[in-house]
Design a protein around this ligand. Structure first.
Ligand code: ATP
Ligand code: MN
Length: 603
């Protein structure tokens, strides 16, 4: 028997069919059970009458996988116009544990942070599913348009590149066989190289940006729609392609994503095919903002987020469209390869496309004459020698050319009216998360590094502390207390242990005058422990015994504090070096480090 999908059920009315899928929900109404099964095409409803089946299903949680043979019948009551009755059910994968995320509800009743913490399961939610189905269709539509209409060739550029010659702090470094390499911020230079090969090229490329700020529109990793073309008569032909691209994507979504758009209950942005996206020079745009709001940014070199919003409002009110091109930006504000305007070399043939309040694209014409490109590089204080390979294409013939880079997640966010760009990335990375997982601990290696990190943390959390410098402290706690000039009981001993079974390292912290009770520790961590070998500590963490600070999480260690540390108001400890200590409130210490608290010291 072949499997029938939810979406095809209606055409199998009065037939015996096979359904396979996940339990989405199961509820009782009187004596009847209503089972909703999810498959890749959607949901189907199954009516359960048998007592035994009802009992079995009641014990299962969403996510259980069923195989079910039953009869499809038309039903006016069923939300789907069809339901399955008299099923024979095989439980393929029973799930008894309730999922942490209530993903089967239309809207997950949790905040975005929680949803991202449990991303892998949250993605099963129908609204979230719909977002990424639409995103996949956006990429498909882009490829179709580029290939079939524009006649561009897809290219695949490297994502690991030589250490940046473009400068900028936004590059991620990677250790490349002992050398430093960068993760690509864009494929700009490569797409220009490819114009010299195919004239018209496009890509859907990953980009990586070490943007330290936490905003609703920046990710550390994303995808970019890239396009570049050669041989135009007028650089506005690039804007024509950009406009055609957005309209083609919208058209494709309207035709192919009706179900998803319905689930999301969002209309796409306002963008009638016949309305041209307005093209407003930068200086005029600032005038418009000034006239409409009284806010004078006419001397600025960039658009503020408020100005971007206002210009989109203007486009909607005056032109009936949620998109607006801002052209002719000041050259100084644009990248080195930007083409200076012939009539005014302070300006450039560049544009941004704003959509529903946010920049989604930057693009423009590029310098294509060798000497001009060299001048562009120099004008940004960079060295043309670092661009040798890139520059060679201009030595050997480049046509007038230009293109754009449009953020996939930005476009998803603005087209669907999402509030945060993280909702438009399957596994978002930002300063606090890598691939949606919270960054749990750093491994800070070495004495000075860990000291700096501790001090940075304390400042960041606005905790008061004293940073003491003194002669080298010996291993004995009594001597150390004397050198620091504080009571022995106020010293905190940070010990690194090793689990005898797992070989995992733990950190336990106790008051300086006490000893660690290994029996209690074993109970607490669930295995017998011993002291880690000092040579291993040195090799693994770059620290020496006696210099280890009670900041285990910075070393990626599960960390425990003996509760007797709180008996004294102050706590002192070596902060990575034998010659420097930190003196702070013991309560603050336990708060900042976020270790577990237990009772594992003895006299
Ligand atoms: P912004 O000014 O918004 O930070 P940008 O001007 O630095 O962006 P560009 O270098 O012009 O960005 O990149 C082209 C497009 O790539 C942007 O218009 C945007 O859609 C997208 N993009 C750039 N940086 C990010 C990011 N950190 N997260 C998500 N999308 C981005
Ligand atoms: Mn930009």
């Amino acid at each position: 028997m072949t499997r029938v999908l939810a979406k095809d059920l209606l055409s199998h009315v009065n037939q015996t069919i096979l359904l396979r899928g996940w339990i989405h929900s199961f509820r009782l109404l009187g004596k009847l059970g209503f089972l909703i099964i999810r498959d890749r095409s959607g949901l189907s409803q199954v009516v359960i009458q048998e007592k035994e089946q009802i009992k079995n299903l009641s014990e299962l949680q969403p996510g259980s996988i069923l195989r079910l043979v039953g009869k499809a019948v038309a039903s006016k009551e069923a939300a789907f116009g069809v339901e399955v009755i008299e099923p024979k059910i095989t439980i393929e994968v029973p799930i008894r544990e309730a999922p942490l995320v209530e993903y089967t509800k239309p809207e997950i009743p949790s905040d975005l942070e929680f949803i991202l913490d449990h991303r892998s399961i949250a993605l099963r939610n129908r609204k979230i599913q719909a977002v990424f189905k639409i995103q996949a269709e956006m990429v498909h539509a882009f490829r179709l348009y580029m290939h079939d209409v524009v006649g561009a060739v897809e290219y695949f550029s490297p994502n690991i590149t030589g250490a940046s010659s473009e400068g900028g702090a936004e590059f991620f470094n990677v250790d490349y066989f002992g050398y430093t390499a960068n993760l690509a911020q864009s494929s700009q230079l490569y797409k220009q190289i490819m114009v010299g090969v195919y004239e018209r090229v496009f890509a859907v490329s990953p980009f990586f940006r070490a943007e330290p700020s936490h905003t609703p529109r920046h990710l550390a990793e994303g995808k970019q729609f890239e396009f570049e073309m050669g041989f135009f008569e007028n650089w506005h032909e690039v804007l024509d392609v950009q406009e055609g691209t957005v309209k083609a994507i919208l058209d494709h979504l309207r035709k192919n994503c009706t179900q998803e758009l319905e689930i999301l209950d969002t209309k796409l942005i306002l963008c009638p095919q016949e309305v041209a996206i307005p093209r407003v020079p930068f200086q005029e745009a600032l005038e418009i903002v000034y006239k409409r709001t009284g806010t004078d940014e006419r001397k600025e070199f960039d658009l503020s987020p408020a100005a971007e919003k206002e210009l989109c409002k203007y486009a909607r009110e005056e032109h009936g469209i949620d998109l607006i091109f801002i052209t002719d930006w000041k050259l100084e504000k644009r990248p080195f390869y930007s083409y200076p305007k012939e009539k005014n070399s302070n300006l450039s043939n560049t544009f941004d496309l704003l959509c529903a309040g946010t920049e989604i694209t930057s693009g423009g014409q590029r310098r294509h004459i060798y000497s001009s490109m060299v001048e562009g590089i120099r004008s940004k204080g960079m060295d043309p020698e670092n661009f040798e390979d890139f520059l060679s294409i201009f030595k050997y013939g480049m046509p007038p050319h230009g293109g754009f880079g449009m953020g996939l997640e930005r476009l998803t966010m603005t087209l669907l009216g999402l509030k945060n760009i993280r909702e438009a990335s399957l596994f978002p990375s930002d300063p606090k998360r890598i691939a949606s997982q919270r960054i749990k601990a750093k491994i800070v290696f070495g004495k000075e590094n860990i000291r700096n990190e501790i001090i940075r943390l304390l400042h960041q959390q606005k905790v008061e502390f004293e940073h003491l410098k003194h002669e080298e402290t010996p291993v004995s706690s009594e001597e150390t207390a004397k050198i620091r000039g504080i009571a022995l009981e106020e010293g905190v001993k940070a010990l690194i242990l090793k689990g005898k079974h797992t070989k995992k390292n733990y950190q336990v912290n106790i008051p300086g005058h006490l000893k660690v009770d290994m029996k209690q520790v074993a109970q607490m961590v669930g295995e017998k422990c011993e002291f880690e070998d000092p040579a291993v500590i040195e090799e693994r963490f770059g620290l020496q015994i006696g210099g280890v600070p009670p900041f285990g999480p910075l070393l990626n260690l599960e960390t425990f504090f003996d509760e007797r540390i709180l008996e004294r108001e102050k706590a002192a400890f070596n902060c990575g070096l034998h010659t420097e200590s930190i003196l702070m409130n013991s309560e603050d210490l336990l708060k900042v480090v976020e270790g577990k608290i237990g009772n594992f010291s003895k006299e």
